[in-house]
Design a protein around this ligand. Structure first.
Ligand code: PMP
Length: 360
């Protein structure tokens, strides 16, 4: 098998043991004579998969029974609207912290459904830092406080959980979930698209405190109502069964690795060595404030952007793929999610050093 080192921002690399398991399972899943894609979501074997996936995610993140775990569709983008529709009335205000492209999109979408207060924004610095928490201008009695713990495009990450007090804290964890332990009890609601650290695209995880399920505004379509999914075991309609099964395999694999403490130790090491290599070079730069640098998405620019094409072509030829930065910012971005090994990061650093030398 010939695999590249894949630094894609998402859909992203999956753990090889999970891919092997899927390949083995496909023709004849659990002796059924069918693949998992061909069985009813209401069959006993599939319900066992769904329940195990939820139980394993609860174990990984230490999620208590005060929370429902939902497996939805529509990606994180649908959550931009669902959070507002389910947690705020049309006249209520929700507070948003704007730290980059994704939080900006989230608040724009929410503003279609409720009042939005931008409590803080880092737009002045080109979204390269996190506004200090004591400067946030929050609304008294806000319906919720929303933030994006990891901005996938800018590579800006909160290395702390904001103190929301009694206001429900809502987090778009799409590109950081499962990268490290997190105290779920500090949150009202967490959502995450799957295609980075969870599994294939097509499924979205929502972790919501049960009391908040009662807040949905009247008249919502059933498929936009968290409570409907909480009451049906996320089987309000046919779920994306393959993505759910694959996510379950990833959860199982992460538990086998020793859980999120072990995963975090590797992730921190990977990120630190990549940033150290960037900072030590006179050729690559990362624009993000040091205390806000992401463990998962590492953007960097070359001293001469005229060399971008050559850098990417040579990287590709060396088996290092998907390093091009997001179209909105240019430059490079190495996404180093859980399934991107330390060996991949070492290979990238070596390549970057060799490329720099070849230009001097
Ligand atoms: N939020 C964040 C932080 C993301 O990184 C992304 C996707 N890259 C999204 C939201 C949107 O996710 P989706 O395409 O699954 O709707």
């Amino acid at each position: 098998m010939s695999r590249v080192f894949n630094f894609s921002a998402g859909p992203a690399a999956l753990p090889e043991p999970v891919l092997d398991r899927i390949r083995n399972d496909i023709p004849d899943w659990q002796g059924s004579g069918m693949s998992v894609m061909e069985v009813s979501h209401r069959s006993k074997p599939f319900i066992a998969v769904a329940e195990k996936a939820e139980a394993d995610l609860r174990k990984l993140l230490g999620i208590s029974s005060d929370y429902s775990v939902l497996f939805l569709q529509g990606g994180a983008t649908l959550q931009f609207a669902m959070t507002a529709l389910n947690l705020a009335g049309p006249g209520d205000t929700a507070d948003y912290v704007q730290t980059g492209s994704w939080s900006k999109k989230a608040l724009k979408e929410a503003a279609l459904h409720c009042k939005v207060n931008v409590a803080a924004s880092s737009e002045d610095s080109g979204h390269c830092h996190i506004p200090p928490e004591d400067e946030w201008r929050r609304t008294k009695d806000a319906a919720y406080l929303h933030y994006t713990p990891n901005e996938t495009i800018g590579g800006v990450e909160f290395h702390f959980v904001p103190n929301a007090g009694d206001t429900p804290l809502v987090a778009d964890m799409s590109s950081t979930i499962l990268s490290r332990p997190v105290d779920v009890s500090k949150f009202g609601l967490i959502y995450a698209g799957a295609q980075k650290n969870i599994g294939p695209a097509g499924i979205t995880v929502v972790i919501v405190r049960n009391d908040l399920l009662e807040r949905a505004r009247p008249g919502l379509p059933t498929l936009l109502t968290y409570k409907a999914f909480a009451e049906s075991g996320s089987m309000t309609n046919t779920p994306p069964t393959f993505a759910w099964y694959a996510a379950g395999l990833v959860f199982d694999y992460l538990l086998e690795q020793g859980g999120l403490e072990s995963v975090a130790a590797v992730n921190e090491r990977k990120a630190k060595k990549l940033y150290a290599a960037i900072d030590a070079s006179g050729f690559y730069t990362n624009p993000v404030a040091v205390d806000a640098r992401s463990w998962m998405n590492v953007p960097f620019i070359l001293a001469d952007s005229g060399l971008d094409g050559e850098f990417l072509a040579q990287a590709d030829a060396a088996g290092l793929t998907n390093l091009k930065g997001h179209r909105s910012v240019g430059g490079m971005r190495a996404s180093i999610y859980n399934a991107v090994s330390e060996a991949a990061v070492d290979a990238l650093i070596q390549f970057m050093q060799d490329f720099e030398k070849s230009q001097s």
